[in-house]
Design a binder for this molecule. Structure first.
Ligand code: SAM
Ligand code: ZN
Length: 274
């Protein structure tokens, strides 16, 4: 029995057996070998393989596991507090790095629209500190396969977020952590791609923009790091700059011996109002 997931078609609770999730109306979703389930109805797919590509996901894993974002992970952990036993959804989990780092002991649901990401996250979870009950689902942030008022915490880390949908699934008093780029994040990478620094405008989401939430804390984490080869190339591939980089800029960044870069993160914690 899984008390967290709901059927994307009829919204009834899903029950898990060895091979699938089934709802009372007999809608059935196969459990993949790696331990994830695809709950993205075809009509919600805008492209054949939505979300980040396997290549981008692998670059992300290589970069994040090299430890250069560990200061950010520490800042996130202190903002979130203990998640042990809590019901947590990681929205846009990618290949699962932050879930593995932050959600040990939680009743976790990790979702992403990219099947390749969810597959990588589910596979790696087996050799991590994540609970064996953690669920991994292909789904959209716009239609979470979760019951109303059911979750204690929602994470959105560098991922698209639908505030109405996050508000729907959180309990009253439940928390939403939105983390992403602050203005100076990766400014040197922006310079290497565009030939000029373009500061981030921020994600434009705050408690003021949504009546359902109250802002609990807002922090920045800033650090300067020096990346050895080949990590500058991995970093480029895990950011939106990758789509905009001309082939020459891409090759130049991939060939760098080392790269000094500014990290500047924004971490907001919001609470769902009664
Ligand atoms: C920049 S990555 C961040 C991944 C992860 N949170 C991390 O920081 O490593 C953004 C992720 O959002 C996913 N994504 C894009 N649109 C989405 C949507 N509508 N619903 C859920 N995930 C989405 C992408 O597939 C990608 O894995
Ligand atoms: Zn159903």
């Amino acid at each position: 029995m899984n008390i967290l997931l709901r059927c994307p078609l009829c919204h009834e609770a899903l029950t898990k057996d060895a091979h699938s999730f089934v709802c009372a109306q007999r809608h059935c979703f196969d459990l993949a070998r790696e331990g994830y389930v695809n709950l993205l109805p075809v009509q919600h797919k805008r492209s054949r393989e939505p979300g980040d590509s396997p290549d981008m996901l692998l670059s992300r894993r290589t970069f994040l596991e090299a430890g250069y974002y560990d200061g950010f992970v520490g800042a996130l952990a202190s903002a979130l507090g203990a998640l042990n036993g809590k019901r947590v959804v990681d929205i846009g989990c990618g290949e699962g790095f932050y879930a593995r780092q932050l959600c040990a002991g939680a009743q976790l649901v990790a979702i992403d629209i990219a099947k390749a990401g969810v597959r990588m996250a589910a596979k790696k979870a087996r050799s991590s500190a994540l609970s064996v009950d953690a669920e991994f689902a292909v789904a959209s942030a716009a239609a979470l396969p979760l019951h109303d008022d059911s979750m204690d915490m929602a994470l959105s880390i560098f991922s698209p977020l639908h505030l109405d949908e996050a508000a729907r699934v959180l309990k009253t008093g439940g928390r939403l952590c939105i983390a992403g780029a602050a203005p100076k994040h990766l400014r040197e990478l922006s310079e290497a791609v565009y030939g000029e620094v373009r500061e981030h405008a921020g994600h434009g989401l705050s408690a003021d923009t949504h009546a359902a939430f109250e802002l609990i804390s807002h922090r920045h984490h800033r650090e300067d790091i020096v990346l050895p080869h080949p990590l500058p190339g991995n970093l480029l591939k895990m950011t939106p700059y990758y789509w905009q980089a001309k082939p020459e800029a891409q090759q130049r960044i991939e060939a760098l011996d080392q790269f000094s870069v500014t990290l500047d993160f924004d971490i907001q914690l919001l609470e769902k109002r009664p």
